[in-house]
Design a protein around this ligand. Structure first.
Ligand SMILES: *Cc1c(COP(=O)(O)O)cnc(C)c1O
Length: 485
């Protein structure tokens, strides 16, 4: 827990203090005037703080300590799979043969790297029950868009140009309707019923000749398995639509169930979530997309293929939707995912699913006496609780999240999915111990008691952070990034 605000580096500045001390140059110096055009040369001194090297080191170390990450504490951010990023993956990703190569190198010099990518494609295809996988797209959202563009190309190739709608459940991740829109479709919302699952009757009402696809997350973002998936696939397929699987968080189904077997035609995975790529802070990500046989011609090009024992990029793909990312995807994240899959093995991945589900259910049951659990059947890798009860005391989910910061936890995902009031969406992940889960549950239980006994204290939280309540909108839209002197 942090207590005291450190002085900022500009306040520490003393005229003439320096961060370096090197002997005079004993070789001829080149002047800036010789190197740069006049317009690039600074006319007055930069207003930089004048500090010692040690002060500078302390400044940046203090800043880094203000960051919260998986390596510093529990991070139960639902639908984000903030699980541990094994360090062996970092060792593998830094191997010179993988980290010192360039995408412009000739194929014959980088066969090892291509083999790794090809094996990764094949493992992901096998795990999801798809025919082929592309590693090109750099995020879940981009995977969604890529998949929808392929579905669109598929319908167009069949002369089926009236299919303008993509059906998305009201519990879906926000990227789903957004991707549909960017891919040129209108999204149609299908309701969730009282079980927390897609309302089949409503699905039958909204499906039609204009349906291009249904986008579904399964287990859905309430953490519930869509048990009617086979019927849903039948409804969509018989109307001529395709099924899109949002597999961003697949750690409940690894080696347990395959989207391909459920009837899905297109799948994206988030290697930066399920497959342990470090994420948060904007990337880099990797959102491979897998497709069933009839969509293979539309995959982005080039496609990595194996031909006569050589790995090669296939550009000769006339029906391809084209390139979706420069070069071949975020190779470094793909390497980490490959390393993870190889270190875990199939047995290990099955254990991942079992532990992710066990951890989520354990936590849900511990919290159930203190918070409303709107869907209390067994969950998969995540679950939602509602702070409805606490709202009656004037404390909202947001206040509880702020108070959790004082206990040293990253808050859960808030107010999502939208169909649950005062929602907190908790995903403990499989990598946390029972002790951590217990400590976190104890913190949330303690907060629920504080809400009853001293709600104002919770309303004013956080009390122990460097800064307290921020204007988050202004902080995001108009960040002040300069220290005014
Ligand atoms: C994270 C997530 C996405 C989006 O993935 P990005 O890599 O952030 O673009 C899509 N769907 C679900 C269910 C997710 O959890």
């Amino acid at each position: 827990m942090r207590t005291k605000e450190q002085p900022l580096i500009f306040e520490l500045s003393r005229k003439g203090r320096k961060g370096d001390s090197l002997p005079e140059l004993d070789v001829p110096d080149v002047s800036v005037e010789e190197l740069l055009e006049d317009s690039y040369i600074r006319k007055e001194e930069a207003k930089l703080p004048e500090v010692s090297e040690l002060q500078l080191v302390r400044h940046y170390t203090a800043l880094s300590n203000r960051n919260f990450g998986v390596d510093s504490g529990f991070y139960p951010l639902g639908s984000c799979t903030m699980k541990y990023n094994p360090k062996v993956n970092e060792v593998v990703a830094r191997m010179p043969g993988l980290s010192h190569i360039h995408p412009y190198q000739p194929e014959e010099q980088v066969q090892g790297a291509l083999e790794l990518m090809h094996e990764l494609q094949e493992s992901l295809a096998e795990m999801t029950g798809m025919k082929e996988v592309t590693l090109q797209s750099a995020a879940g959202a981009q995977g969604e868009w890529t998949g929808l563009m392929m579905i669109r190309a598929f319908h167009e190739a069949n002369g089926d140009v009236e299919r303008t709608k993509v059906i998305v459940p009201d519990s879906a991740h926000g990227t789903n309707p957004a991707s549909a829109s960017v891919a040129g479709f209108d999204s149609v919302t299908v309701r969730t019923d009282e079980r927390g699952l897609v309302d089949l009757d409503h699905l039958r009402e909204v499906v039609g000749k204009d349906t291009a696809a249904l986008m579904l997350t399964n287990p859905n973002t309430l953490g519930l398995f869509e048990e009617d998936i086979v019927q849903m696939a039948e409804i969509i397929h018989s109307a001529g639509g395709k099924l899109y699987y949002d597999g961003a968080n697949s750690n409940a189904i690894l080696d347990k169930a395959r989207p391909g077997d459920m009837g899905f035609d297109v799948v994206h995975l988030n290697l930066h979530k399920t497959f342990t790529g470090p994420h948060g802070g904007g990337g880099p990500g990797s959102g491979p997309v897998g497709v069933k046989e009839d969509l293979v011609p539309f995959l982005p090009k080039p496609l990595l293929i194996k031909k006569e024992e050589q790995y090669t990029w296939d550009y000769d793909r006339p029906q391809s939707i084209g390139r979706v990312k420069p070069f071949y995807g975020n190779f470094g994240i793909n390497v980490r995912a490959y390393s993870y899959i190889r270190t875990m093995g199939l047995e290990g991945l099955k254990q991942v699913s079992e532990d992710a589900v066990l951890n989520a259910n354990y936590l849900m049951k511990r919290l159930e006496p203190y918070y409303d659990v709107p869907y209390s059947q067994y969950c998969k890798h995540e679950f939602v609780v509602s702070a409805k009860r606490q709202k009656d005391q004037g404390v909202r989910a947001l206040d509880i999240a702020k108070r959790l910061l004082d206990y040293g936890y990253h808050p859960p995902t808030m107010y999502f999915p939208l169909n649950v009031e005062e929602c907190m969406m908790i995903e403990p992940t499989e990598t946390e111990s029972k002790e951590t889960l217990d400590e976190f549950a104890d913190a949330l239980i303690a907060i629920s008691k504080e809400v009853e006994e001293n709600p104002d204290y919770v309303l004013e939280a956080p009390h122990h952070t460097v800064v307290s309540r921020l204007d988050e909108t202004t902080a995001a839209r108009k960040p002040i990034l300069k220290h005014e002197q």
